[in-house]
Ligand binder design. Structure first.
Ligand code: FAD
Ligand code: NAD
Length: 467
């Protein structure tokens, strides 16, 4: 008889999600966590990064209070961020969530074992001298920031998001390498709190080159540039050189050679799976050429019987909510049920910048590349009453639908599109017709009317749609 039904290695969203779900199904579960309960997401990812973005929003709103007729005694631009206090607040949010998670795991009777987990040759887990026998194992060891040769990360002048999401000092000038999700979220924070920011992306499109519809990403690029971020696409950066006042970063773009002096360089060029010291080879768990654990896309089973892998350690979108969905599917597989397979082509994505970007399904370029017969319609927030009330009229809801057929994708940029995504996620995954969504009532005045209006316009009739 085994000690546990399931042993999970890694206490991030994938791992704790699997432990909570399995325990709720009545299974006996152990969660092996290397003193990092909550993983990247809670401790140095989603939660602290979004807390900083919220700080940036409060400051931006305070500075623009005058636009709404709020007149302070002092200069309305007289607000600034005290980064020590900002960091303390962020730590408070993280601690509360990690504490709550610990309580929930205890309530579900999950045994949390602190230490480094690894597989033995039989696919069972060892933590130090302790062996944990189980019917199944789930590997959820996550990912870590990638680095560039010549950029020695020291946590002070050359940093990754591990440092910027929890640090209590701000540089005056920063260069961000990589215009992906992490790069633009931090560029958005820094633009608002007055850090001189240069964003250098290797691909020709500087801002979010992969993922959202190009027209959507352009709105964010413009908004960042308007707030003073220097945005450079097609940039090849050389290793930074020390100067008397900071670091000199040389780069080359299609426009020629350039150079920028900064106090800090943030390397945000993607993340790599964590698989070292896991005993994968001995257990017969295969990895691909980039080190991601190979799994069956439906069951999440690895090449070793009884061992499953989920989250950032496999080659699927590196998102906490994808890790949760994979956790559910892996536990269902272990239970012998038909797993709720993740539809990776219709996953919801949100970038919490100002303005926010959110999407699900195909972009216009992807529909074109797939040679589909499709139609595109947009509704700009400039024509939405609630957006005007908020003073946030930049952006749009862009819908891609098969000609006379179901929705293929919805890509948005603008106020609270992170929250507008839920309806669109359901509609795209339900393969609804745009007219079916347009027939539902959207409350007035609300940002969601932009969705209702554009969907209704696919029927050839409309209310306020203006093309
Ligand atoms: P992780 O969260 O990395 O957790 C893995 C855990 O396993 C870690 O605690 C690690 O220390 C532990 N571990 C590793 N090896 C062992 C071992 N041998 N034994 C025991 N423990 C081990 N995603 C979103 O969906 N929304 C966001 O807004 C968002 N923002 C982000 C912002 C930043 C700055 C970053 C870096 C990431 C962000 N992400 C976001 C991505 C998200 O954090 C990851 O997709 C998610 O954390 C993956 O979960 P995971 O459980 O697979 O791995
Ligand atoms: P990313 O893959 O999104 O972006 C990395 C960018 O760096 C790419 O655009 C790439 O072309 C560029 N790049 C690579 N090498 C370069 C070089 N040498 N010079 C210049 N540019 C270079 O990766 P990320 O932004 O590091 O994010 C890592 C992970 O964290 C992703 O899986 C992401 O989904 C997740 N994350 C999600 C959120 C969110 O959901 N809101 C927020 C932050 C992070």
């Amino acid at each position: 008889m085994s000690d546990f039904d399931i042993v999970v290695i890694g206490g991030g969203p994938g791992g704790y999600g699997a432990a909570l779900y399995a325990a709720s199904a009545g299974l006996k579960v152990a969660l092996v966590s290397d003193n990092d309960l909550g993983g990247t997401c809670l401790n140095r990812g989603c939660i602290p990064a979004k807390s900083l973005l919220q700080t940036a929003e409060v400051l931006r709103n305070a500075q623009h209070a005058g636009d709404f007729g709020i007149v302070p005694n002092a200069d309305p631009k007289g607000f600034k961020a005290d980064w020590k206090q900002v960091s303390r607040r962020t730590t408070g949010v993280v601690d509360k969530l990690v504490g709550g998670l610990g309580g929930l795991l205890k309530q579900r009777k999950v045994e949390v074992i602190n230490g480094h987990g690894q597989l033995d040759a039989n696919g069972q887990v060892k933590v130090g001298k302790r062996s944990l026998s189980s019917r199944a194992v789930i590997i959820a060891t996550g990912s870590q920031p990638k680095s560039i040769p010549g950029f020695a990360v020291d946590g002070k002048t050359i940093v990754t998001s591990d440092h910027t999401s929890r640090g209590d000092t701000l540089p005056k000038r920063i260069a961000i390498i990589g215009g992906g999700v992490i790069g633009v979220e931090f560029a958005s924070v820094y633009a608002d709190v007055g850090v001189e920011t240069t964003l250098l992306e290797a691909l020709p499109t500087a801002v979010l080159p992969v993922g959202p519809d190009e027209e959507i990403a352009k709105v964010l690029a413009k908004a960042l540039a308007k707030r003073g971020v220097k945005v450079l696409g097609g940039a090849r950066v050389s290793a930074p050189k020390k100067t008397a006042k900071g670091l000199q970063l040389d780069y080359e773009t299609a426009a020629g050679k350039g150079s920028v002096e900064v106090d800090q360089v943030l390397v945000a060029i993607g993340r790599a799976p964590v698989t070292e010291g896991l005993g994968l080879q001995a257990a017969g768990v295969q990895v691909d050429e980039r080190g991601f654990i190979k799994v069956d896309a439906t069951t999440l089973a690895t090449t070793c019987k009884g061992v499953y892998a989920i989250g950032d350690v496999i080659k699927t979108p590196g998102l906490a909510h994808v890790a949760y969905a994979e956790a559910v599917a892996a536990v269902q597989s272990i239970l012998g049920e038909r797993p709720t397979a993740v539809d990776y082509g219709r996953v919801p994505f949100v970038v919490y910048t100002h303005p926010e970007v959110a999407w699900v399904g195909m972009s216009e370029a992807e529909a074109k590349a797939a040679k589909l017969d499709f139609e595109v319609r947009k509704f700009r927030f400039a024509g939405n009453g609630r957006a005007m009330i908020l003073g946030e009229t930049d952006g749009m809801v862009k819908v891609i639908a098969a000609k006379n057929g179901p929705l293929l994708g919805v890509h948005m940029v603008g106020p609270w599109v992170s929250e507008l995504l839920a309806e669109n996620y359901l509609a795209v995954n339900w393969q609804a017709l745009p007219g079916e969504v347009g027939a539902f009532i959207h409350p007035h005045p609300s940002l969601s009317e932009a969705v209702g209006e554009v969907m209704l316009s696919f029927t050839g009739r409309s209310l306020h749609y203006h093309g």
